[in-house]
Structures are given as C-alpha cells and as structure tokens.
Design a protein around this ligand. Structure first.
Ligand code: ADP
Ligand code: MG
Length: 569
C-alpha cells in the first residue's frame, strides 16, 4: 500500500450527503439495494466487455455478488467480481456526481424531510447511500484486465474528504466494506440482510450469495446420523431476470420492486406493460410509467429511460432510440434477440430493427395510457398533471401518432369553471352543436387571460365551447394539430372568424348593415394607426368589449410572437 492521498469531495457531493443522510433516515435499508445493484451493473459491464475480449474474465468467469457480515467488527461487506475500477475511475465515480443538473436539483431541496426524501429517491442516491448506515466506508477495487498490483483503496467517513491509495488486490472486482453507525447496528444481521435482498434484489440476473456456515455431523430426532454440511456460498435470490419469466408467474409486487431498481424511484409505478414479441423481430419489453415526474423531466438531454439488453446481456443504459422524446418519462428495458451483441449507439440510430421496436414500444405506451384514461380517469388526471406538458410535445415530434396523442390531451375549457385540464377532445366533440364543424380554442398567457379574453364573448353568447390554453408549449402544440376526428381546429383570435352555418340569415344581414354604418369610423382608425396595424375591421365577435386585437390567418399569433421574442429571435 502506498501513502494514502487525501481529496475533497465535489461540493455537490458534500451537500447531497448531508441532505441524504438527514432525509432518508426512515428508508435506511435502500443502501443495500443500491450497492447490490451497482455490483450487478459491474457484472453486466464486464460480461459485455468480455464479448470482445474474453481474457478479461481471467480464470474467474462465474460472476456473482457476495454479502457478508462481521458482527464483532460491526461491518457489512458487499463484494463482486465484476468490472472493477481504475484509480481514475474511483476518483470520478466516488468523488463527484456526474449527472447534469445536479446543482439545480440540490437547490430545489427544501429541508422538509418527507418532501426531500421523495426527490432524492427520484434523483437516485446510488453509491453515496452507503453513508446512510455507515460512518466509515472502504472500497477496495481492481479493474478487469489490470495487474493485481494496480488495486485501489478508497476510504471516507462521509464528512467531506476521502483518501485514495494503491493496493495489491488479487481478486478482480470491488469490495465495499461498511462500518455501521451505532443507530444502524440492526443491519449486522444475516437474516435481516437476506430479507432485504429478497425484497429488492430477487429479480437480478446475477446470483446474490451469502455464506452458510458448515454444520458438523449430528444425531437426528430418531437417532439417525445427519451428515455434516460444508460451509458454502448460497445463492439467495432467484437469479432469473424478471422480464424473462412468464407474465402469469410474476406478481404485481415483483413488478413494482423491479421498477424501483430500474427507475431509481422510491415510489411505485403508475402502470406497466410487459410484452414478449415474436415473429419478424423477437424481443421482450418491459415499460413503466412513473407516478411522479422525475427531477430532470425538463432536461431534454438527460434522457434516462430504456435499458437495452441483447439476449439477456446488458448492452447500454439510456438507449434513447427506443422512445421518442415526448415519452422520455417512460422507464424500463428492451431485450432484443435480433440485434448483434456488438451493437453501438450509432448502429441503433439507423437500424431497421431498432426503428421497428421503437415504433411498437411507442404504440404500446400510448395504448397503455389510453386504457388508463378510459378506465381510471382519476389516475389519468394525475398522470396528466405530471406529464401532460411533455406529452404535448408529441404532435410536433411524432406525426404518425398525432391522432392517438391528440386523444390523450386534456384541456381547460369554457365549459367548466376551473383551470384544471380535464376536457378531452372527445368530450368536446360530444358537446358540439349540430352544425358546428370546428374545434374552437384560444391560447393566452394564463388561464385567467384566456378565460376573460373578449374574443370569447360571442361564443358564450352562442353557447359554443372554447378550449382555454395557457401553457408555454400550447402555441407550439396547436401549430402541429390540424384536425382531430375530421374536425379542424380554429383559433378564436385569428383572422376573420367565420361562424359559418352557425350564423343565421337575420344576423348576417344585421352584420352587413353594421359594417356599412361604421365604414367612416374604420377609415378614421386606419388613418390614425397607420403602419402600426395591418388592417382595421368591424367585428361581430364582441358583445361587451369595444375592441380586440387579432392576428391574420397566416401570421404568427401574438402568443407565438412572444415565445419567439423570449427565445431571442
Ligand atoms: P449509478 O449506478 O447510477 O451510475 P452510483 O452512485 O450508484 O450511480 O455509482 C456511481 C458509479 O460508481 C457507477 O456508475 C460505477 O461506475 C461506479 N461503481 C459503483 N459501484 C461499483 C462497483 N461495485 N463496481 C464497479 N464500479 C462501481
Ligand atoms: Mg448505482
């Protein structure tokens, strides 16, 4: 061992450690899920790398995770023979947080324990969760392919600093040794650990083992001889990847626990869909919709979501090719039988197989949401409040599924009296007047502004419903929605509003007369406003207000103009 080198944690790590220890106080046992899942990831990574270079497996191809307890020393050790880490990797992985947006995330934390624990749960506490139960953590690791002299030892008390030293380590992989805090001594207990592993890690495909002590030869109840058993490492999880099992054999609880591991979420999922697809392409997908929006939903770049496996071998995280951006909240995995094991992100980008899996998975998610909307409207409303804004990106991104996405949209409307977005286009159409052929809407800065816009007066008078849109994205959405169910969309603040057949003869005549009567006024207005406006017209839309501003059919709407201005255009 060389002299240990002292380093400080990145500021964000220090802050996260403080907040985490404080807010995950009542969720202590998740440290084991995180550390075992890291060990399992390490095995997955090694298996993948060994496809190209099987020398990496050395003489130790039997990948596993071992958990052991030393009651006297008050320690737990989680040991794997996976990919291991080099010194540089140790420095980055266990000294910094690589996730983009971490600073913003931390600044959102409030100090309110229950609220923060939910947020931190979604952020994914990972390795640092060791410090929930440990006052000292030692990591001893050696990277696959490195010489045994190039082991690394990392130590920290979680108080802002860590040390790194070179060590000799014969066995490939990583040992994590936790020295338990007084208030976490309960975890120095074999049975307790077994129970936790069964709950959280049963579905992992890697064997998770604990040591079974040898028993000496003994005498049975009927005087027979019970043979001695040797001490051995016993596999305590079922060791079969959950998604490879038959749907009918998987309980809801198992699906839920599995979700928590793939999604790094404390909460249960809202819904899921597990599909074995046979035929032209063979693959299995397991797709989840979370209950709540993740901390980085608005970061379009950080698309954590779908893990890719090929023939049960883990290939990559965040395979963005399998889900469109507007469904980036979907978590889960795809396990393909057809893709080559050496598939890369570049290959996936332009690949018939991945395109077909993407399109089928997209449809799956949309139909799973349709079902929810139909059968559990209240849960759907909750989904909408969390993810509706993201779904609204859909029509622009996915022309092929516009109709389906449109049926999932929810709006506030002049029919009700609430800013909540609960009205579907089908609801709207069902309430349309017999001779109405358009879906009327308005986009404004706020619900109140939409609701009180003078352009709505004529609609109120005629009893025609208007959708009230006021989210930032709505203008963008409406510029990509042209019709739904053969009804076209019509902004009530645009152009010459033609209420078509809905105006009766008498009122048409009255309109003409008014226009004549005001010819002179219009002329004076036009002169006075000059270049500032395109034209001045007599309108029949207003019943109570004297005037309103509209845009031409083909011009940018006022709302879009504001958006462009905000974007610096
Ligand atoms: P995540 O697993 O989400 O990447 P973690 O905080 O759990 O985040 O782990 C950080 C990183 O540390 C991992 O991405 C991995 O590179 C490394 N790491 C942690 N545990 C192990 C391990 N047992 N073997 C190899 N690398 C590990
Ligand atoms: Mg992890």
């Amino acid at each position: 061992t060389t002299q240990a080198e002292k380093h400080g944690f990145q500021t964000e790590v220090k802050q996260l450690l403080q907040l985490m220890i404080h807010s995950l106080y009542s969720n202590k046992e998740i440290f084991l899920r995180e550390l075992v899942s890291n060990a399992s990831d390490a095995a997955d990574k090694l298996r993948f790398k060994a496809l190209e270079n099987d020398a990496l497996l050395e003489t130790d191809a039997d990948l596993h995770v071992r958990v052991s307890v030393n009651k006297d020393a008050n320690t737990i050790t989680i040991s794997d023979n996976g990919i291991g880490m080099t010194r540089d990797e140790v420095m980055t992985n266990l000294g910094t947080i690589a996730k983009s947006g971490t600073k913003e995330f931390i600044s959102q934390l409030s100090g309110d324990q229950s609220k923060d624990s939910r947020l931190i749960g979604q952020f994914g506490v990972g390795f640092y969760s060791a410090f929930i139960v440990a006052d000292n953590v030692t990591v001893r690791t050696r990277a696959a392919g490195a010489d045994k002299a190039h082991g690394v030892e990392w130590k920290s008390a979680g108080d802002g600093e860590f040390t790194v030293a070179d060590i000799e380590k014969t066995a490939r992989g990583t040992d994590i040794i936790l020295h338990l805090k007084d208030e976490a001594k309960e975890f120095a207990d074999e049975w307790k650990l077994r129970q936790i592993i069964n709950t959280y890690s049963d579905h992992l495909s890697i064997p998770v083992q604990m040591y079974k002590e040898p028993t000496p030869e003994s005498e049975g109840p009927d005087g027979e001889t019970v043979p001695a058993t040797p001490g051995e490492w016993e596999t305590i999880n079922s060791g079969q990847a959950l998604w490879t099992r038959d749907k009918s054999e998987i309980s809801d609880d198992e699906y839920k626990e599995f979700y928590k591991t793939v999604a790094h979420d404390f909460d249960e999922p809202l819904l899921w869909s597990h599909n074995k697809v046979e035929g032209k392409h063979e693959y299995t997908s397991l797709l989840y919709v979370p209950k709540r929006a993740p901390w980085d939903l608005w970061n379009r770049d950080s698309q954590k979501g779908i893990k890719l496996y090929v023939q049960r071998v883990f290939i990559m995280d965040d395979a963005e090719q399998f889900m469109p951006t507007y469904l980036r909240f979907v978590k889960g995995l795809i396990d393909s039988n057809d893709l080559p094991l050496n598939v890369s992100r570049e290959i996936l980008q332009d690949n018939r197989i991945s395109r077909s899996m993407r399109s089928a998975s997209t449809k799956k998610v949309l139909s799973m949401l349709s079902k929810l909307a139909k059968n559990e409207p209240e849960e759907y409303a909750q989904f909408w409040d969390n993810f509706g804004q993201v779904l609204k990106e859909g029509p622009a991104e996915d022309q092929g599924n516009v109709e389906k996405i449109a049926s999932l949209l929810r709006f506030a409307s002049s029919h009700g009296d609430s800013a909540e977005q609960r009205v579907s286009l089908d609801d709207y159409i069902a309430r349309m007047a017999d001779n109405q052929d358009k879906i009327y809407y308005i986009v404004a800065d706020s619900y109140a502004a939409a609701k009180n816009n003078p352009a709505l007066e004529i609609f109120r008078k005629k009893g025609i419903e208007v959708l009230l849109l006021s989210d930032r994205i709505d203008e963008w959405l409406m510029s990509h929605l042209h019709d739904y169910n053969e009804k076209s969309f019509q902004s009530v603040t645009r152009g010459d509003l033609d209420l078509g057949d809905m105006d009766d003869e008498a009122s048409k005549k009255a309109h003409e007369e008014t226009e004549k009567a005001f010819e002179g006024t219009v002329e004076r207005f036009t002169k006075a406003l000059g270049e500032q406006v395109k034209s001045v017209r007599v309108t029949h839309r207003l019943t109570d207000s004297p005037a309103c501003i509209v845009t031409d059919e083909n011009d940018m709407s006022t709302q879009m103009a504001k958006l462009m201005e905000a974007a610096g255009q």
